[in-house]
Design a protein around this ligand. Structure first.
Ligand code: NAD
Length: 470
């Protein structure tokens, strides 16, 4: 099964990209391996009174920059090499978007639906306490975030557990990101991965040469998009891409898929699924009962946002998309990639395009360390400057701005504006760095290998400049 060697798959991509560097083999090996793998078990008292043993992991792939950072996944299918692979991807992802963290990932092997709220809270707190005890948690050590099966709620429990174990530690809230805004979270974090995916797709669609090669018009307007997984990443990516002019023609979930060539609204589908327990029979849409086969429908953009190992050598030949935007981590196996290349599909790789989450997590961490909301110091100051500028223009031209214009031109940035602006800048800069590396380095076949190539060199530079202790 494709998932059985996810870490080997990441290694395969790494090795392919490493060929284009002239770094020594030993240094490459040090970058490739996972530095620390912590596997542990702990007891959970179920509400029935029974004791259940919970299996969990935290992997720190690379400590070349501290703290290390990466989400926590709750899934019955979590296994060690998967967490290792996801931790490694985090190292490369942070390097690509210039977020100064090493890579990590955590996992608990549970199906969250099978546990009550207080059982979930107990096991999350115990997991956090186990990590803290072994120095795998802390604002300067290892900073988790949400991933598949976890969200703001779990992050708040982790922050509270860490703070309880470290009384008086001023920066305790920075031990985890993706928290609720009321608990030290930052505005824009929840939707950041989806928003980042939108920026990545918008940049790609604005590339005239690539669009010409794919036979597509420039711009996102009218592009038909298939989304797999209507969770945090899929929902928000669908929302921003639709608002940016794309048309969501298919949404695939666990229970099946629905299609409407005129377009689906992710918000309506989400509410419908929450109420009915399934997306099937959504008004105005056609049911596609085979959720996996739904990815093979005609479209311009295919957006996997569920789990890894979705595209393999078996189904890759039947994929009709022109662009694949990898919202999930590891959706394409290395045996599918050459098929996509041969078909001329433009794959925007996970280690770049889903980095919006970690980018805004970095902003949240900065906010926690500085103990002040972004924009609080400068919003009114900048607004006053903008109003002065408008007044000067009015005096010079004799034309008065309307109240609507005044409100639009002179608002001063608030936290959400600053976070979105930092995210947009990050995603645009990284996209062009990747594209330039691909175009300027002879033999690099696609953006994924270009992304690994850049990441490896940035991590290597850290080792070379910092030296090796002792
Ligand atoms: P999530 O738990 O919020 O959502 C996942 C969704 O996928 C759920 O709605 C689930 O029902 C659906 N799903 C599961 N199996 C499916 C299947 N076979 N077919 C269709 N749908 C299926 O998780 P998420 O946080 O959105 O993460 C999704 C992916 O994105 C993961 O690979 C994760 O590692 C990656 N990712 C997440 C973030 C983040 O900020 N949350 C950041 C970067 C990457």
């Amino acid at each position: 099964m494709a998932q059985a060697n996810f870490f080997d798959q990441v290694t395969e991509y790494f090795n392919e990209a490493a060929r284009f560097t002239n770094l020594p083999g030993g240094l490459l090996e040090q970058i490739r391996v996972c530095n620390s793998v912590y596997r542990f078990d702990f007891p959970l008292r179920r509400n029935t009174g029974d004791i259940e043993v919970i299996h969990a992991w935290r992997v720190e792939h690379s400590q070349h920059k501290m703290p290390v950072k990466g989400g926590i996944r709750y899934s019955p299918d979590v296994y060690e090499e998967e967490v290792m692979a996801l931790a490694a991807l985090m190292t490369y992802k942070c390097a690509i978007v210039d977020v100064p963290f090493g890579g990590a990932k955590g996992g608990i092997r549970i199906e969250p639906k099978d546990y009550s709220l207080d059982e979930l809270e107990r096991l999350t707190r115990r997991y956090a306490a186990e990590l803290a005890r072994k120095s795998f948690l802390g604002p300067g050590i290892d900073v988790p975030a949400p991933d598949y099966g976890t969200g703001e709620r779990e992050m708040a429990w982790i922050a509270d557990t860490y703070a309880a174990l470290n009384p008086g530690q001023l920066d305790a809230l920075g031990c985890v990101t993706g928290k609720p805004i009321t608990q030290g979270g930052v505005r824009g974090r929840k939707e950041a991965t989806g928003r980042g995916l939108y920026f990545a797709l918008r940049e790609a669609c604005n590339e005239p040469d690539e669009m010409k090669r794919l036979g597509l018009s420039r711009g996102l307007e009218g592009k038909r998009i298939i989304v797999q997984g209507l969770g945090n990443v899929g929902f928000h990516a669908a929302k921003f891409c639709r608002e940016g002019g794309g048309i969501i023609t298919v949404i695939a979930e666990r229970e099946g898929a629905i299609a409407n060539p005129k377009g689906l609204n992710e918000d309506e589908v989400f509410s419908y699924r929450r109420d009915k327990g399934s997306i099937l029979n959504f008004p105005g849409a056609t049911n596609l009962t085979d959720s996996r086969a739904a990815l093979e429908q005609e479209c311009d953009v295919l957006l996997p946002a569920a789990l890894e190992g979705v595209f393999t050598a078996e189904n890759a030949p039947r994929i009709k998309a022109k662009i694949i935007l990898e919202g999930a981590n590891g959706p394409t196996t290395p045996d599918a990639d050459p098929i996509f290349r041969q078909k001329g599909i433009f794959v925007i790789p996970d280690i770049y395009c889903n980095a919006g989450g970690v980018t805004v997590s970095y902003f949240e961490w900065l906010k926690n360390l500085s103990h002040v909301r972004f924009g609080r110091m400068q919003k009114r100051h900048e607004q006053a400057n903008e109003l002065n500028m408008l007044k000067a223009i009015e005096d010079a031209t004799g034309r008065k701005f309307s109240d609507t214009e005044r409100a639009a031109f002179a608002k001063g940035p608030d936290e959400q504006d600053l976070v979105n602006s930092g995210l947009e800048e990050t995603m645009i800069a990284a996209f062009h760095e990747l594209l330039t590396a691909q175009r300027q380095t002879k033999g690099i076949p696609d953006l994924r290998i270009a992304a690994f190539f850049i990441a490896i060199q940035k991590v290597a530079r850290s080792y070379v400049e910092m030296g090796i202790f002792p």
